[in-house]
Design a protein around this ligand. Structure first.
Ligand SMILES: [Zn+2]
Length: 438
């Protein structure tokens, strides 16, 4: 009997997450994501459809599945943990290479369908939604279980791979949020019951000694800001992650209480909101006007005579030059007035490109005398103390750090050792390694 973990992407780096689990001659692949920084650098001036898989692999923009070539015919399922691009964004390019269905929660599958449609790409894989906290067979000997988790996108799940030789839990990505603004709480009861050979653990903030606050706190931060300042006569512009449906829900609720109309401006906001509506998670289109494309946005903004009666929710929180916020400013799509309010309900993802873009955008906003409110945000990832809580809950033989740089994974391994795991039982894996569990 053979049970193995083969890291394909996302071990010792942040992005292009993918892990192969092998049981004898059957296998499953968990996640198939993009490395955003490498992908953006590569695709800036390219047509997405023309992106060929080899090129993407050569540039480390997607998991290098050439390393698991002999396994591909034996992969019985691809399971996606949640709908962030660093977990499913490689499917439009690589999905076709795998002769198996793709499983995900309903929201994850809904977003995947929207992405494929957007790019005009079809894949031959069946796309199969499963509700949270369900268990289903994918081959003769392997069952998958979706356990409800909390993160910064709806219906994120931890995936438990059940095999006759033992079980492996995959936790990318999670936080422990017991007051999520939308969706289920983490299913701790089920996590406690599992008997595990190994847990693959989200180590992004394993080096940060903190508990990550609940999404309810982000809502309070937004309220504290918007109810606490004099917004009379001022336009309010809020920018956040388009896939962060819970945050968007809070913005709508707070904006409505302020008596303002809410408008979503930008393609990706409409895409993720529609994916959520399609599965009945929210009904934003009843509460919000959505405008997707640049030319329409221009027209729509030109029609508005009293901008102080609105909250504009826009794309471009990382300062992306092609997103709505930058265009409102640079292409004069919007007539900013001094002391209008711009709220960044996000954190700058610290890549050189983002840092540069954000710095430029902020200095442009400042030169127009616009009030900037930054970091009205809580993270979607567990801090060190949340990872400790998870490890205390679980009954597992091994702890496998993932989703981090070598330093972050090291911190995660040290935490496991602090709790009592021997060094051998919390190994630091790299892409392309192989860990035998039996
Ligand atoms: Zn994520």
């Amino acid at each position: 009997m053979v049970l193995e973990i083969i890291p394909v992407g996302g071990y010792g780096e942040i992005g292009r997450n993918s892990t192969l689990i092998r049981y004898n001659d059957e296998a499953v692949l968990l996640d198939l994501g993009l490395h955003m920084e490498h992908y953006v650098a590569l695709t800036e001036d390219e047509d997405v459809v023309k992106m060929n898989p080899q090129l993407l692999m050569d540039h480390n923009a997607v998991p290098d599945i050439r390393k698991i070539k002999e396994w591909i015919p034996k992969i019985k399922a691809i399971a996606i943990s949640h709908a962030h691009l660093d977990h499913l964004g490689a499917i439009p390019f690589l999905g076709d290479k795998f002769p198996c269905p793709i499983h995900g929660s309903p929201y994850t599958i809904s977003v995947l369908k929207a992405l494929l449609k957007d790019d005009g790409i079809t894949v031959r894989n069946d796309l199969l939604p499963h509700s949270e906290n369900s268990i289903f067979p994918v081959s003769k000997h392997i069952k998958l279980e979706f356990i409800s988790a909390t993160h910064s996108i709806p219906q994120a799940v931890m995936i438990c791979v059940h095999t006759p030789e033992g079980n492996i839990l995959y936790t990318n990505d999670f936080k422990l949020d017991f007051t999520p603004v939308i969706g289920k709480k983490p299913n701790l009861k089920r996590l406690k019951e599992l008997k595990l050979k190994a847990v693959i653990v989200d180590s992004l903030y394993a080096d940060d000694p903190r508990h990550t606050p609940s999404e309810a706190i982000a809502k309070e931060m937004l309220k504290d800001t918007l109810y606490g300042i004099d917004t009379k006569g001022k336009a309010i512009i809020v920018t956040t992650f388009s896939s962060h449906i819970a945050r968007l829900k809070s913005i709508i609720e707070i904006g409505t209480k302020l008596g303002r109309k809410i408008v979503f401006l930008g393609r990706s906001l409409a895409k993720y909101a529609t994916a959520a509506e399609d599965i009945g998670l929210v009904q934003f289109s009843k509460e919000v006007e959505m405008v997707q494309y640049g030319s329409k946005i221009k027209r729509e903004l030109a029609k508005i005579k009293k901008p102080d009666e609105y909250i504009f929710v826009v794309t471009g929180h990382q300062g992306e030059p092609k997103a709505t916020l930058s265009k409102m400013l640079n292409k004069k799509l919007f007539n900013f007035k001094p002391e209008d309010i711009v709220i960044f309900s996000c954190k700058t993802i610290p890549t050189p490109v983002n840092l540069e873009n954000r710095e430029r955008l902020e200095s442009e906003l400042k030169s127009e005398h616009i009030r900037i409110f930054k970091d009205i945000h809580v993270s979607g990832h567990a801090g060190r103390e949340d990872i400790r809580e998870l490890l205390h809950l679980l009954n597992t033989e091994q702890v496998i750090p993932s989703h981090g740089t070598p330093e972050k994974n090291q911190a995660s391994s040290e935490l496991a050792q602090e709790i009592g795991f021997s060094k051998e039982k919390t190994p630091l894996l790299k892409n392309g390694d192989l860990l035998k569990l039996s």
